[in-house]
Design a protein around this ligand. Structure first.
Ligand code: V47
Length: 385
């Protein structure tokens, strides 16, 4: 082990917070075994041999988007071939299917649709709530929330918008749309999208009103290693603030998303390698000492890599998924599903115990086709490593 990593290892054993310089040294190091072993040490301290997964369905209600982010192959203009939007009936049909399949969560995100009214979004939530009351609705990235604030003519009242959505059935916010918290990268690759301050603001307000949320980082395109570490530090600070102010909501999970170039405007780029993926997951675990979970999204990392990632700091895999349109690795279809049996097999073979959890990380207890959670049984403890 080189001297810098030895110092970092000592800090980890002493439960000390890592500095941005430590994070950078980890990302620059080629000693992937030491880095991933350190992340596994922390992950075992927090979660023992447990690996969480959920039975969920993703739903991308429309790919029509006012933005044209260069990394994104999902967006279409209204009259462009392949553009679609689901009506409420289609959404309810999907919710009923999710319910029948035993899903505990629907993860709902879409493009910034230029014409749909605000009532479409509240109707969507309340219609699903009526059709499938047990399903948790994790919906709308911070980018969509700011868009909804604009179309409901309350551009500065994010709290009112989130409150309306919460009253209609919103259960928590997903972590998408964060990309990389850096103005240079923003202006080159996702100009027009909200910047870091607005993304963080939306999540802060969500936390204040008692909504849990997640955070992502999209890496492996034009960002620098320094940008990645800066992003982690901003998330860590935001979570410190939520904890210090005792907000009822918090960040639960970080989901590092590897850039997938296929069919995007940046398709000439390579995207990250497998080693970069493992290091990013491990460094997320080590830097984000106040985030309870690090999740691998097998749709992007692949199940094969996600299985190895379980030994590199990851404690959570999203999920059975079923349908996903935003990224399709290697020409896969929108039907992207994994069975619980396959998830269990991957987790057990990696040496861990699979635990089904709901969106709020409460273990799910199943009895035939029905399921329940113990309301007070969250596995989360906001422990500093
Ligand atoms: O916001 C878009 C990203 C995100 C590409 O909160 C791309 O539990 C890679 O946020 N290559 C959506 N990534 C996915 C997401 C997510 C996934 C799983 C769980 C959770 C959670 C959140 O996907 C977008 C964007 O950042 N994205 N295009 C691409 N070409």
């Amino acid at each position: 082990m080189d001297a810098t990593l030895a110092t970092i290892a000592q800090k980890i054993d002493d439960h000390q917070r890592l500095s941005p310089e430590d994070g950078l040294a980890l990302l620059r190091s080629r000693d992937v075994w030491t880095i991933t072993e350190l992340a596994d040490r922390v992950r075992r301290r927090l979660h023992g041999d447990r690996v969480y997964y959920n039975i969920n369905q993703h739903m991308n209600y429309s790919n029509i988007c006012a933005l044209s982010c260069k990394f994104c192959a999902f967006h279409r203009k209204k009259d462009q071939a392949g553009a679609y939007e689901f009506d409420i009936q289609e959404i309810v049909t999907r919710a009923k299917k999710s319910l029948a399949a035993g899903a505990t969560e629907m993860h709902i995100v879409g493009g910034l649709h230029p014409y749909l009214p605000f009532s479409y979004y509240t109707d969507m939530l309340s219609a699903i709530r009526d059709a499938a009351p047990q399903i948790h609705l994790k919906a709308f990235t911070a980018v969509e929330i700011v868009h909804l604030a604009r179309i409901s003519k309350r551009p500065r009242d994010i709290r009112a918008v989130l409150t309306d959505l919460k009253n209609a059935g919103l259960g928590s916010l997903p972590g998408g749309g964060a990309e990389v918290f850096d103005d240079r990268v923003h202006d080159e690759v996702f100009k027009g999208k909200i910047r870091s301050d607005q993304w963080l603001d939306v999540h802060r307000i969500a936390h204040e009103i008692g909504l849990m949320s997640n955070a992502t980082i999209l890496y492996g395109h034009i960002e620098s290693l320094e940008d990645r570490i800066h992003h982690f530090c901003m998330l860590r600070e935001a979570q410190d603030e939520a904890i210090a102010n005792n907000y009822a909501g918090r960040f639960q999970t970080v989901i590092p998303l590897p850039f997938i170039p296929d069919d995007s405007e940046l398709q000439h780029m390579y995207g990250p390698t497998g080693l970069d993926d493992l290091k990013m997951l491990a460094v997320s675990r080590l830097m984000l000492d106040n985030f309870p979970h690090v999740k691998s999204f097998w749709i992007m990392q692949t199940l094969e890599l996600s299985q190895i990632a379980l030994q590199c700091g990851v404690d959570d895999i999203d999920g059975t998924v079923v349908w996903y349109d935003i990224t399709k690795v290697g020409g896969s279809d929108t039907h992207q599903e994994i069975t619980v049996t396959d998830l269990h097999r991957a987790i057990r073979e990696a040496g861990y115990q699979p635990i089904e959890r709901d969106t709020l990380y409460r273990p799910v207890i199943r009895d035939g086709a029905s399921w329940h959670v113990d309301e007070n049984s969250s596995v989360d403890q906001l422990v500093c490593v």
